[in-house]
Design a protein around this ligand. Structure first.
Ligand code: DC
Length: 233
């Protein structure tokens, strides 16, 4: 088993994984790793180069030629509401990867088995040397199957759509709640039915439904469990 303390969090889109993981990491002094950002950055690269998102070899080659760095946001410049800072070939793309187009592109490149292999290896390297809260869609069973805690965060599609809708409105994106529900349902289908490592709940995962819980309650719940496990170690 790894020397580091690993918290692995999976769950569907807009279940609150990002915000909860970020706050939890901050509370515990762990590194927060948003693995979705890696798929988004890859999609951004491919979209900018106008490469077919289903061309596995070209997408992987493009990523190989690029330098992708991730870190906790640095004050004061990077404290602007982002959860993580993503630098692609020296450019801060933390916000550029958050567009609807990039999210859609990310879910398309995420079906590519060769790309998943490359990104999983990077993620395992990050988690081997430092305490992490790592979130995504395959962390509990592929990236960190021996994690100290495995969590499946979920919420009803209505609750998830309402959260995502609010985020869009804050960003000035004009979209109806019906369109958001449709987008989320499509994303769920792609994430859960893809051939390579579909999102699913592992037997030993702790399932938390966040529909009726506030963020602080969820963070405290997990932080308390971490303390219990640490005491037993
Ligand atoms: O969490 P997110 O919306 O930023 O993720 C973007 C896409 O990347 C999403 O459609 C699923 C995919 N993804 C994945 O397949 N595996 C991960 N570990 C993280 C994200």
């Amino acid at each position: 088993m790894s020397q580091s303390f690993q918290i692995a969090i999976d769950g569907p889109v807009a279940a609150g994984k990002g915000t909860i993981s970020r706050l939890l990491a901050q509370k515990l002094g762990f590194l927060y790793v948003d693995t979705g950002a890696m798929y988004r950055a890859t999609a951004l690269l491919a979209l900018r180069q106008e490469i077919d998102l289903s061309d596995e070899d070209k997408v992987v080659a493009l990523l190989d030629q690029s330098k992708l760095e991730m870190r906790n946001p640095l004050p004061p410049k990077e404290i602007d509401g982002r959860l993580t800072t993503v630098i692609l070939d020296g450019e801060d793309v933390s916000w550029a990867i958050r567009t609807q187009k990039c999210g859609e592109g990310a879910s398309k490149v995420a079906v590519l088995a060769k790309l998943r292999k490359v990104l999983v290896k990077k993620q395992q390297e990050i988690a081997s040397s430092q305490d992490v809260v790592m979130e995504g869609r395959d962390i509990t069973f592929r990236v960190l199957p021996d994690a100290d805690i495995k969590i499946f965060l979920t919420a009803s599609i209505q609750a998830r759509a309402a959260r995502r809708h609010t985020q869009y409105l804050i960003k000035g994106v004009d979209i109806s709640i019906e369109e958001v529900i449709k987008e989320i349902a499509e994303r769920d289908q792609r994430d859960m039915q893809r051939e390579a490592d579909p999102l699913h709940v592992v037997d030993d995962a702790w399932s938390i439904d966040t529909s009726n819980l506030n963020i602080e309650e969820v963070v405290d719940l997990i932080a308390n469990r971490v303390q219990e496990i640490k005491n037993q170690k």
